[in-house]
Design a protein around this ligand. Structure first.
Ligand code: 4GT
Length: 246
């Protein structure tokens, strides 16, 4: 997959390609990462990328021309059919289903805004999709772009090894993750649940499913509304709630 990011702070975003899972995907040529800085598309001596908002008020707005030219330059180097994605709180809220959809694309061009955001006409003419991480405000779109890139790249075939497969991640089945434990067996008097030491893999899988269902019910009930629990899952959730009230 080919990933491009248009940003005033490309060095900030490029750290994503230097560490961990995304770094390894890049080392193995499973992805390419490239950057375009709107400041390199300015024509005035001050290399101006922002201007005052029409209508007044605080803050500045990213100018149309340098951003448009940066997006056009990067589009020329990318495969056809790469959507241009603008990260902003006004977008569709990002989730695992969206990550899966994006992971099937040949490439994505991300635009990270700064200041109060970009000129609205850019969204109309140069942006295909607007994505939000949720209802909070960041000072720039870079961290949002990095989050989406991380979520998408780890879904690409061959990026995760068998032992870290995305199939078992939380949300892959629409539920929160089950609890995790590692050595030692006792910490400050708190024991690891016995079933996890039993070696009975069917029982362990059953316990994990029960915990995932129970935690989702307690912490994010709206997740269960999206699922049609089968009889087995309904039994596990009932068991969880019974054990919970003991
Ligand atoms: C929040 C999000 C985001 C921002 C989010 C334009 C200038 C937007 C600053 C940027 N804040 N971007 N993507 N919740 N701020 O995803």
């Amino acid at each position: 997959m080919h990933i491009a990011v248009v940003s005033l702070f490309p060095e900030m975003v490029s750290t994503i390609g230097e560490y961990g899972v995304v770094g390894r995907a890049r080392d193995r040529n499973l992805i390419t990462l490239e950057y375009e800085n709107p400041r390199d598309h300015t024509t005035d001596v001050h290399r101006t990328v922002d201007d005052r908002p029409y209508g007044g008020g605080p803050g500045m707005v990213m100018k149309f021309q340098p951003v448009a030219d940066a997006l056009t330059a990067v589009k020329g180097r990318m495969p056809e059919a790469c959507p241009r994605v603008y990260l902003s709180p006004q977008g569709q809220v990002f989730d695992q289903a969206m990550a899966k959809r994006l992971a099937a694309l040949p490439g994505i061009i991300f635009l990270a805004g700064r200041y109060e955001g970009i000129d609205e006409r850019l969204i109309k003419t140069h942006i295909d999709e607007e994505i939000s991480l949720g209802d909070f405000v960041l000072s720039g779109g870079e961290i949002a772009a990095m989050a989406v890139i991380d979520a998408v790249v780890r879904l690409l075939p061959g990026v995760l090894g068998d032992d870290e497969s995305a199939a078992q991640d939380s949300f892959m089945d629409g539920l929160l993750d089950h609890p995790h434990y590692t050595r030692p067996e006792v910490i400050e008097g708190k024991r690891v649940p016995d079933v996890l030491l039993s070696g009975n893999h069917a029982e362990i899988a059953r316990w994990r499913n029960k915990q995932a269902l129970g935690r989702s019910y307690l912490r994010r009930p709206e997740l269960l509304d999206e699922l049609d629990l089968n009889v087995e899952q309904q039994v596990l959730l009932d068991e969880f709630l019974k054990e919970q009230s003991q």
